[in-house]
Design a protein around this ligand. Structure first.
Ligand code: UD1
Length: 417
């Protein structure tokens, strides 16, 4: 498949779909499969590039992995290795999440230092602080990090910032570390709750996920586990955005609407009509969109940084001026010059994007530089007059499963060259 999509804008997005499983849930869950030394059955697994990268890591560690439709089975009983090769680390930055799980199982781990990524520098100092607090000896040399967990112990860990990955690494290691570990200022994302549920399914004792304090009592008595991954809240936001910019209506099944309150609040302010059920969300947006005074990205339950690019696209065609503030990543506005090539009127200043809504975007050739930026540019193309060509879709494939097909089923005119 090529890395370019061609979209003829203007079609209404209408219809119904079941959203894929959450990328940010399944990645730490796949890492956690090494802990039990047994069978892990993971349902609702999105077959995206980052999942295949995780499976490559699991196989390199000696795990046996099979895939049948959206179910991935990992047998970690014969895991034979505690090193993640540099090439596999580079494939996906979130592979750092394997470290806590490998330490839990093997008492040592060797990883390479993950570099920066398309969102700017991605330090792992908070992860290393967590490991040190849990008694791991950490040595950094020549681009490698050697971690010795022979003397791990429980701890009270107060995170300087509620990092999602550092919270997950703390949970992964602490669940196999004797005694009770308490994490304060923990990340509260729904994916942390999903990881807690998965770990408890394999015999761990974790409670408090979804709040800022997580308590973990270590054990070494793990069992086989079967788990269904939660629906992807950012992919849900993407389809809602597609309906919003095309005056469409959509029903998305397989999502807990409470996971995306900050996003549905934005759409309500824009004038969309929203109906939430237990595991679905419906949105109708027959009239034009209103601007919103300010959207600020924050750790959950705030507005997610992963939906910031989508918000820029939606607000670029809203009536009036909106402000979007990016507080989580330093280099996450690369979609904005591309939106401006499509006739959007957006200026950026430090963390702020000031968006003056236009009545409609215009088709152009644009390039995606990161995963969510790619989705945001495709959504912009659905709104635009004429033809939009979006290249750089290797980023999209990291997180979206059969995206063009789903959009086509909802009425879009889109082809992947
Ligand atoms: C996760 C998500 C990502 C999302 C992000 C923020 C996964 C696989 N990815 O990434 O999609 O955008 O949460 O919601 O779940 N930081 C440090 N030092 C560290 C760790 C993080 O300074 O050791 C900084 C980061 O550079 C960033 C901020 O903290 O500025 C948030 O990062 P974090 O919450 O850790 O994000 P990830 O877990 O990498």
């Amino acid at each position: 498949m090529s890395n370019t999509a061609i979209i003829n804008g203007g079609n209404r997005i209408t219809g119904e779909l079941v959203v894929q499983g959450s990328k940010n849930s399944v990645l730490p869950i796949l890492a956690a499969t090494v802990i039990n030394g047994g069978i892990n059955i993971i349902h609702n697994c999105p077959l995206i590039k980052d999942v295949y990268a995780s499976i490559d890591i699991l196989r390199s560690l000696g795990c046996v992995v099979s895939i049948e439709e959206d179910t991935v089975t990992v047998d970690s009983s014969n895991m034979s290795c505690d090193e993640i090769h540099q090439d596999l680390m580079k494939e996906m930055r979130s592979s750092v999440i394997f470290t806590g799980a490998i330490l839990a199982r093997c008492k040592k781990a060797l990883i390479s230092t993950p570099g920066g990524c398309e969102l700017g520098p991605r330090p792992i100092d908070l992860h290393l602080k967590v490991f040190k607090a849990l008694g791991v000896d950490v040595k950094e040399t020549h681009g490698y990090i050697m971690l010795d967990g022979e003397n791990t112990h429980c701890a009270n860990i107060n995170l300087d910032f509620p990092s999602v990955g550092a919270t997950e690494n703390a949970m992964l290691l602490a669940c196999a570390t004797p005694g009770t570990t308490v994490i304060t200022n923990a990340a509260q994302e729904p994916e942390i709750v999903d990881l807690q549920d998965f770990l408890n399914g394999m015999g761990a004792n974790v409670k408090g996920a979804g709040t800022s304090t997580i308590e973990i009592s270590g054990t070494n008595d793990f069992c086989d586990v079967s788990h269904k991954v939660i629906g992807d809240r950012i992919v849900t936001a993407t389809y809602l955005s597609a309906a919003a910019v095309t005056k469409g209506s959509i029903k998305i099944n397989g999502i807990n609407p409470n996971h995306i309150n900050a996003i549905t609040d934005m759409f309500s302010l824009c004038g969309a009509k929203i109906n939430k059920g237990e595991d679905f969300i419906e949105m109708e947006c027959k009239t034009g969109l209103n601007s919103v005074s300010c959207i600020s990205t924050m750790p959950h339950p705030g507005f997610p940084t992963d939906a910031q690019a989508l918000a820029c696209t939606v607000l670029s065609v809203a009536d009036g001026t909106s402000v979007v503030e990016e507080n989580i990543f330093s280099s996450r506005f690369r979609h904005i010059p591309e939106l401006n090539r499509m006739n959007a009127d957006i200026i950026t200043k430090d963390k702020l994007a000031i968006i003056r809504g236009v009545s409609r975007l215009k088709g152009a050739s644009v390039t995606a530089y990161d995963l969510r930026g790619a989705a945001a540019l495709i959504i912009a193309g659905l709104n635009a007059y004429g033809t939009t060509t979006v290249s750089g879709l290797e980023h999209l494939d990291r997180g979206y499963y059969l995206f063009e097909n789903q959009l086509k089923n909802l009425g879009a005119d889109i082809v992947r060259e």
